[in-house]
Write a protein that binds this ligand. Structure first.
Ligand code: ATP
Ligand code: MG
Length: 432
């Protein structure tokens, strides 16, 4: 016998119980984004590999070791399953001249991302992000609004234990000066660096500050701080962001070692972290990336954004007692006999036409077994059709919660009778 096939490691099925939670959550998210004026955009899951190399940077975890890249067997193109959305979103904005045609853009997307990482709780090879990008906006007001937005979503979801960390990466020239000082410092400690550190010393030393290796902590603590290299404009921008955050009453911590794993950031960067999810504690990360448009060969445009990891956010939401309501149908339709079944089909359609959710019993069986299913469905009402009802062109309406007598009405009168039962009979509404 051949073995049954399994999903790819780190790529999960989201089964109905969970998928319902996802959809419930997605509805909250859509309203939240709309309330800040963000509009949806949908990009392909596959992009030319050079897009990510140029946008994210060659010397980053993602590009060095996490991308699903392949050659299209038919035409030899180098393609990659998107590991993140910002590069694609900016590529799309450039390709379709969105800013030139419509001014600054507030955009969001939602969907799967792919990274070849070691799967564990909160870390998968296919995972999902909500990406929010403000393209063409230069000010600290935008940076602050992006952060305020996140805080509001956490609030809407009732999340606890989420803390904000912010930092400024300054301007490219300031980073260059800091980089020279950092390299000089790290060279003195070269023998103590790990393999990644040695390799990055001259290519991406800033990322060494971001290391998770506990043995490097002491070296990292003593390293030159980027904050000491910021010029007046960068400082003023960072200050202005902090003023908005204080006005909004959002506590934050300045984390000088917050450098972010992607090359494209400048000025404000931020992360929302929780202690409730173990090592995978960052639920949302973002910042300003004024250099990305030019890096992709377009006219420079200021921009900022963030991405939320949905799996981590949902884990935290559930840890905080978040629960989606299971939607029950308004009616469960049972029928026995051929004529009754035909009437049942019409009755169910008539209910749906009037906006009710009707679950029709399919597959036959006795009244008793069908009524058991009706009860299990959590519907407040059963529509019951036997041979007698069918012959009269009528249906029975049986309240399933909190008592109440069974009615019999014509097919035409069914929607109205249903509404009366659901919306004016307190015993039905309070029944559960
Ligand atoms: P980490 O340091 O945890 O690897 P990152 O810096 O690589 O995160 P980003 O590229 O900033 O992550 O992505 C934004 C968010 O997407 C993260 O904060 C996290 O919530 C989520 N995320 C990133 N990688 C994964 C993954 N492999 N599985 C699940 N969620 C992820
Ligand atoms: Mg990562």
């Amino acid at each position: 016998m051949s073995q049954t096939l399994q999903a790819v490691r780190g790529m999960n099925d989201i089964l109905p119980d969970d998928a319902e939670t996802w959809e419930y959550f997605e509805n909250i998210v859509r309203d939240w984004l709309q309330s800040y004026g963000y509009r949806p955009i949908r990009m392909p899951l596959v992009e030319p590999t050079p897009l990510f190399k140029r946008a994210i940077g060659e010397v980053t975890d993602i590009v060095e070791k996490e991308m699903y890249s392949f050659e299209d067997a038919l035409n030899g193109e180098h393609l990659t399953l998107r590991p993140e959305g910002t590069a694609s979103c900016v590529r799309a904005a450039i390709q379709h001249s969105l800013i030139a045609a419509g001014g600054p853009q507030r955009l969001y997307y939602y969907g799967p991302m792919f990274r070849h990482e070691r799967p564990q709780k909160g870390r998968y090879r296919q995972f999902h992000q909500i990406g929010v990008e403000a393209l063409g906006f230069a000010g600290a007001d935008t940076d602050a609004e992006l952060i305020l937005m996140c805080a509001r979503l956490w609030d809407d979801l009732g999340l606890e234990d989420v803390a904000l960390e912010i930092n400024s990466l300054g301007a490219p020239e300031e980073r260059a000066q800091h980089r020279a000082a950092l390299i000089a410092y790290l060279e003195q400690h070269q023998d103590k660096l790990d393999e990644d550190g040695k390799r990055r010393l001259h290519t991406n030393p800033l990322r060494i500050l971001d290391t998770k290796n506990p043995e490097l902590q002491a070296i990292v603590e003593g390293a030159p701080r980027l904050a000491d290299y910021l010029g007046d404009e960068s400082k003023a921008h960072f200050e202005a962001v902090q003023v908005f955050l204080k006005d909004a009453g959002i506590p934050f911590r300045i984390n000088h070692r917050l450098v972010r794993g992607l090359d494209y950031y400048n000025r404000t960067v931020f992360e929302w972290v929780t202690t409730r999810l173990g090592a995978q504690g960052t639920i949302c990360a973002g910042g300003r990336y004024d250099g990305l448009f030019a890096q992709l060969g377009a006219k420079p445009q200021p921009a900022a954004g963030f991405a939320i990891g949905i799996e981590r956010l949902l884990l935290l939401w559930q840890a905080c007692g978040g629960e989606s309501e299971r939607a029950a149908p308004d009616a469960y339709v049972v029928s026995v006999g051929e004529a009754a079944q035909r009437l049942a089909m019409r009755a169910a359609e008539s209910l749906r036409e009037h906006g009710f959710a009707a679950l029709m019993h399919c597959g036959g069986g006795s009244f008793k077994s069908q009524m058991k299913k009706a009860d299990a469905s959590a519907a407040p009402v059963a529509v019951v059709i036997g041979e007698e009802e069918a012959a009269a062109g009528e249906v029975g309406l049986k309240p399933l919660r909190g008592g109440g007598v069974q009615l019999r009405v014509s097919l035409e009168a069914l929607p109205e009778a249903m509404a009366a039962l659901l919306y004016s009979d307190e015993s039905v509404q309070e029944g559960q």
